[in-house]
Design a protein around this ligand. Sequence first.
Ligand code: ADP
Length: 399
Amino acid sequence: MWTLVLNCGSSSVKFALLDVQGGQVRLSGLAERLGSAGASARVEVDGARRVVDLAGGSYAEAFAVIAGALDELGVRAQVGAVGHRVVHGGERFSAPALITPEVLAEIRACVPLAPLHNPANIAGIEAAQAAFPDAAHVAVFDTAFHQSMPEVAFRYAVPGDWYRQHGVRRYGFHGTSHAFVAVRAADLLGRPLSELNLVTAHLGNGCSVCAVQGGRSVDTSMGLTPLEGLVMGTRSGDVDPGLHDYIARQAGLSLSEITAALNRESGLLGLSGLSNDMRELEEAAGRGHAGARLALDVFVHRLAKQMAGMAAAMGRVDGLVFTGGIGENSAWVRGAVLARLAVLGARVDEAANAAAVRGQSGVISAPGALAALVVNTNEELMIAQQTQTLLAEQKGVQA
Ligand code: ADP
C-alpha cells in the first residue's frame, strides 16, 4: 500500500508517494507560489522530472496535478493513507491522530499558536480530503515528539496565568526529524536507543537542537514559536525580550513589524547582510567577506552553547548528531562546533568529517572521543511510517 505525504505551507505543497516497507519513492515534488500568478509544480514521477504551470494557483489545482500523476502511475486507487505534516498540535497532541471533524477542530484551536502555519495545514487537509475522499488522513505534528519534555524544561519564568490561560510555554518543533535521526544514530552506534542520551541538531533553514534521552525529547531549543533558540537562515533565534520595547521606540516599529523582521530579515541574512544560505556564506567568507565570516562565527558560537546546554539538560551525553541541509553537508560547521565541544570530550576525525557530505551518513568523531554522527533526515518517510503505524494500531483495536 502507498502512502501519500503532504506538507502544505501558505503558498506551497510538498508531496511524496512512498512505500513504507521498502522506502521506495515513486512520486515527489513541490507546488510553489500558490495564490499568485506564477504558480507552478515541479513533479518527479519514477525519476522523470517535469514542471507544470498552475494557472489558477489554487490548492485544488495542485492536488489535481498530484492526482493526475497518481493516475499516470496507475496507483491512485492504492493510496489508502495520506499523512499530513501539521506544525502545531499544542498540548493536545503527543502522537499522530486520525483526522476526524473533532481532530480538525482541535488543529483549528491551535491556530493562535501558529498563525502562519496551521491555517495552511488545515487548508491543505481540506483540499486533500476532497481530492482523496476514500483515503484515511492522518495528522503528524511537529510539536508532538516534544510533549515528553518535563515541566522544568517547558515552562517559561513568566506570570503563571499566561501559561494556564493562554498556553504560553515551550512546545518545540522539528520533532519528526529529531525522532527519526535519533533512531538512525542508535543503529549506526550499534546500541539500543533506550540506553542513549543524544543531542540532535537539525540545521536547515530553520534550526533546532534537542536532548533525546532514551528516545524521548527532554529539552529543545525552540519554544512557543519556531523563532526561539539558534541562529537560523532568516530567523534571529534568542534575543533579549526587552528588545521589542527598545526597538519599537527607537526605530518606530510596530510589534508585527518587529516580529516580521526577526523572522525574515535576521539570522544569517541579518548578520551577513548578504545571504541566508550557508553554502553561499561559506564561499563568501572564503573570499574574505567580513559579514559572511561574522555570520558563520555567530552561528557556530550559539550552536555550540546550545548543544552543551542540551547535554547539561540530560546530565550525560553519549552522542552528537548533525542533520538538515547544513548538518548533512557543512563539514566546516560540524568541525567548528566539535572543536568548541571538546569541553564534552568531542574530537573530530577530519577525514570522516570531510567525507560525510551529499547523503553520506556516518560517524565523524575520532576513536575514543565522544561519538559524533551525521545522519540524513527523512521527514517524509517518518511521516509515512507514523501514518501506517497509527492505522495498523487502529485496525488492531477494531479487530
Ligand atoms: P529546509 O529547512 O528548507 O528543508 P535544508 O534542510 O535543505 O532546508 O537546508 C538548507 C541549508 O542547507 C541552506 O543554508 C544551504 O546553504 C545548506 N546547505 C546545503 N548544502 C550545503 C553545503 N554543501 N555546504 C554548506 N551548506 C549547505
